[in-house]
Design a protein around this ligand. Structure first.
Ligand code: 6R9
Length: 578
């Protein structure tokens, strides 16, 4: 039955009113600030609760791959992160220096994140499924001073390239019993010896706190710098969108190697004093439903790829699992298919609320909300403090605001607390995202008459595969290091499960013949360097690549050809080599 629009009006208009009267000061009033003035994320997330009513409440419930369960109260988490901050102090790490992590979801990763923030170092989490190349790239660009990792990951992914990392002074191995050398140290003994008390130094709300790498369309990854003030956004969205209350059980399935796993897998839940469930293992439908039921998860933040995998696995959860505690299911990272929402109504007993944001926004900017009518397929409404518009970039660099319903680039008016402050060392690239007061997101979208935002696609060549961002240039560069590859172009092709699949087109160097053996060898080569999260899944040999007269590869043309779509404007196309 077609839903009439009347009942939506009151909720919507109330919401629009609430948005109008909103001021960020009101969120600051919900936080403490440091005792001596200033604002530090880790104080708001942990220490504040550790000295209050939630001190003994479980902050982190860690589920090991082998089903071990470890619990850390707010008090214990505060002490463990203090110990880590003291380890950094002992190593002579200065405020503003970068501490990287490369690890699975182990408790120490969470101690390191919070301890780094306490020490006012800049924390930069990397995804453990990256290969050596993306890891070293990011460590170099970010000038990593300390790396927190495991023995296996260090040996397999970093050790051989260590000479390329002169700024990396210390490696802390989470699972080592003993130091391996003067600068490769065993972390657990260091934590055990360190003091459990630490006083957070003066932290300006504008001091850098986090560095998250995100992919660009043309160059190597960009390091988005976030500041301590971002915690206002995590606090606000934790209430508005996730509806978190102290004592709730909450589970965010994202890995801290990606922005969701930090903003909503570490900061927002702790700031709200909830029990944050962390599962060490990878996706497994049966296990996930068990976790939801056994842990009595109330708020669950996950991703469309995971939801599609659940849809396929053939389990009818409500027949076998008690999900009666589950209050809210949300997703982020890629378009959420309307069918997934219909499925969830049946299978989980409630819809899924889609949320939209980016590494650059630092927190949820547009979202569906429980109190607002859901329009499946829409990403929802801009949140209070966020003004969204659809713009068109003109040739001269200026922008024009488009009318309601028109498709263009999604832009947000600058000024929300968790907005990235810059791409590290790249002022020009930073400047290119802004026009006057507008931050241009790189996403194509439209906004309907009631303010709902609808995602159309990316305005650039960035690929989202299984919810993870992949920059084609980074993959092309790695492919071209193979001696048989003369040129490479990489695109994302639609995939029903993982959203987009990374496909490479390669032109072979003279003297190499295209055959399956070479195809497998090149794919294997790429996987070894880039890791499974980034490497292409498919490869096709081509005689030449379509390029503009200035030599830029026309990836969109390759994609259009592959999909049998119109080729669009090809007036700048140079002849393809043959
Ligand atoms: C949090 C995160 C950001 C890009 C973004 C857009 C895509 C995110 C989406 C969505 C459709 C949604 N994206 N949420 N597309 N619907 N609800 O994912 O950050 O990795 O930086 O990716 O992801 O293209 O611009 P990040």
């Amino acid at each position: 039955m077609q839903k009439t629009r009347q009942p939506e009006a009151p909720a919507l208009s109330q919401w629009q009113q609430a948005r109008k009267g909103f001021r960020w000061d009101s969120v600051m009033a919900e936080l403490d600030g440091l005792p001596g003035g200033g604002l530090n994320i880790a104080h708001e997330a942990v220490d504040r609760h550790a000295s209050g009513a939630l001190a003994d409440h479980v902050a982190l419930r860690w589920l090991g791959r082998d089903r071990t369960v470890l619990e850390f109260s707010y008090c214990a988490l505060s002490e463990a992160s203090n110990r880590f901050a003291n380890v950094l102090a002992g190593l002579g790490v200065q405020p503003g220096e970068r501490v990287f992590s490369l690890a699975g979801r182990l408790p120490e990763l969470y101690f390191a994140a919070l301890g780094s923030l306490k020490h006012r170092a800049v924390f930069c989490p990397l995804f453990a499924a990256f290969g050596p190349e993306p890891i070293v790239q990011r460590l170099q660009r970010g000038g990593g001073r300390v790396l927190v990792t495991t023995m296996r990951l260090y040996r397999r992914k970093v050790a051989a390239l260590r000479a390329q990392l002169p700024e990396l002074k210390t490696v802390l191995l989470i699972d080592a019993e003993q130091d391996a050398s003067a600068d490769i140290l065993a972390l657990r003994p260091l934590l055990a010896q360190a003091s459990q008390s630490y006083t957070i130094g003066p932290t300006d709300p504008e001091d850098p706190a986090l560095l998250h790498f995100t992919s660009g369309t043309t160059g190597m990854p960009k390091g988005a710098v976030h500041v301590h003030q971002a915690v206002l956004m995590h606090r606000a969205t934790g209430s508005w969108v996730l509806g978190l209350q102290p004592g709730d059980v909450y589970w965010c399935t994202a890995d801290p190697g990606w922005v969701t796993g930090t903003s909503y897998g570490i900061i927002a839940p702790f700031v709200h004093g909830v029990t944050n469930v962390v599962d060490e293992a990878e996706f497994d439908a049966e296990r996930w439903y068990q976790i939801l039921a056994e842990q009595r998860v109330q708020v669950w933040y996950t991703a469309p790829t995971a939801i599609r995998m659940l849809m396929r696995c053939g389990i009818h959860p409500l027949e076998r699992f008690d999900l009666s505690q589950l209050r809210l299911v949300l997703s982020v990272g890629e378009p959420l298919n309307p069918e997934a929402i219909l499925w969830a109504r049946e299978a989980l007993g409630q819809p899924i609320l889609d949320t939209w944001w980016q590494t650059e926004t630092g927190g949820i900017a547009i979202s569906n909300l429980p109190q607002l009518p859901l329009r499946p397929g829409s990403m929802g409404q801009p949140l209070p403090g966020i003004e969204a518009a659809i713009l068109r970039r003109e040739e001269d660099g200026s922008v024009q605001e488009l009318a309601t319903g028109e498709e263009g680039e999604l832009a947000l008016r600058r000024g929300w607390p968790s907005q990235f402050r810059a791409y590290l060392h790249e002022p020009e690239r930073t400047a290119r995202c802004f026009s006057g007061d507008w931050y241009l997101t790189g996403d194509q979208a439209r906004i309907d008459a009631d303010g709902y935002v609808w995602f159309v696609g990316r305005a650039d060549d960035i690929i989202k595969t299984a919810g993870h961002m992949v920059g084609p240039f980074e993959v092309e560069s790695a492919l071209m290091e193979h001696p048989a590859v003369a040129e490479a172009a990489v695109v994302g092709l639609p995939d029903p499960l993982i959203g987009q699949l990374v496909k490479a087109y390669c032109v072979l160097a003279r003297g190499h013949d295209p055959d399956h053996r070479l195809e497998r060898a090149i794919l294997g080569f790429a996987r070894k360097r880039l890791g499974s999260a980034v490497a292409p899944k498919r490869l096709e040999f081509v005689k030449g690549l379509p390029k503009t007269r200035s030599g830029k590869i026309l990836r969109r043309l390759l994609k259009a050809r592959e999909l049998g779509l119109p080729e669009g404007d090809t007036s700048t196309l140079e002849e393809e080599a043959s």
